[in-house]
Each structure stands twice: as C-alpha cells, then as structure tokens.
Design a protein around this ligand. Structure first.
Ligand SMILES: [Zn+2]
Length: 165
C-alpha cells in the first residue's frame, strides 16, 4: 500500500502495561540525584578537553572520549531551548500517573550547563505565550517528599528575565 492509500482513520487500542523497572544509577548519577534529593542542588560534570558541562553528569565526554571529573554546581534557573505542547495523555515514567492534556513539556539548559534537561513546564499550553529562550526556574518537591529521582523536580516555571537569543 502506497503512502497516498494509507487510511485516514486510525483505531486506538487502549491498554495498560505494568512494567516495573529498576536500574543502578551508577556513581555519577547517584551523586547527582543525592544532591538533588538532599540539598536541592544541581551539578554537572565538565570535560577537561572541550569544557562542555554535561547535566545529568556522564563519566565520559562523548565527543572527546575523555573522563570527566570536575563537578560544577549549576543554577536553579536556565533557558528554555525547546518545547512541545502535548495533546495526548502521557504517563509519567517515575510516578505511573498520567498527565492530562494539554500540557507543556520542555527542554531547559540550566545556567552553567551545556546540555538540557527535559521536564514538565508549568505554563499555559498556548504556543503564542511560550518562547524558546524564555527564562525558567526549577520547582522542586518539598525536601521531605523527595526520593532521589527526576520526579523530585515538579516542573519548570517561567522566571523573570529577558528572552535569550
Ligand atoms: Zn569533551
């Protein structure tokens, strides 16, 4: 069947899949997650060759193939570098709970980092009101509710400051 003959109606088949999964975070990600859980701080790791700061931290810089060992504290604010307005429900992989659409999911580069972190963005899901380059801040769960995974971040929300080019 050619693409032009593809049916225009697609049938949705609802199902619930329960797949408990656990993996060892390893030395670097464990340190990153403990700082997030215990102190509400973010750390990246700086490549000694190219200077790129990766967050979440990786033991090796992928482009340079060298070991990263310099930990760098990052800001709790950053810049939105991409986003999508979700019109389909998404099950949060860390909680198993669905997010009712529409909602915004975005990638933010925290101040001091060179890589982005993707998470929920607590803004009105209106593409006219969201701009790449917007300043964002991290909103964390209260300390006593944090568990040491990325769900310790509730969401990003707009912060004061000019849009970055
Ligand atoms: Zn590098």
């Amino acid at each position: 069947m050619s693409q032009t003959n593809m049916p225009r109606e697609f049938i949705s088949v609802p199902m619930t899949v329960d797949v408990p999964y656990r993996f060892a975070a390893g030395k670097y990600l464990t340190r990153f997650l403990k700082e997030l859980r215990d102190n509400g701080r973010f750390f990246g790791i700086k490549c000694p060759s190219c200077g790129r700061v990766q967050m979440p931290p990786r033991i090796v810089c992928a482009p340079c193939h060298v070991r990263n060992e310099e930990w760098v504290e990052l800001g709790l604010e950053g810049t939105l570098v991409g986003f999508t307005v979700m019109y389909l429900p998404l099950t949060d992989p860390t909680t198993g709970k669905p997010h009712e659409p529409p909602f915004v999911y975005g990638a933010v580069v925290l101040d001091g980092a060179d890589s982005s972190l993707s998470h929920l963005v607590n803004v009105e899901p209106d593409v006219e009101k969201i701009k790449v380059g917007m300043r964002m801040r991290v909103v964390l769960r209260p300390r006593e509710e944090r568990t040491g995974d990325l769900s310790d971040i509730l969401y990003f929300e707009p912060a004061a400051g000019p849009v970055q080019d």
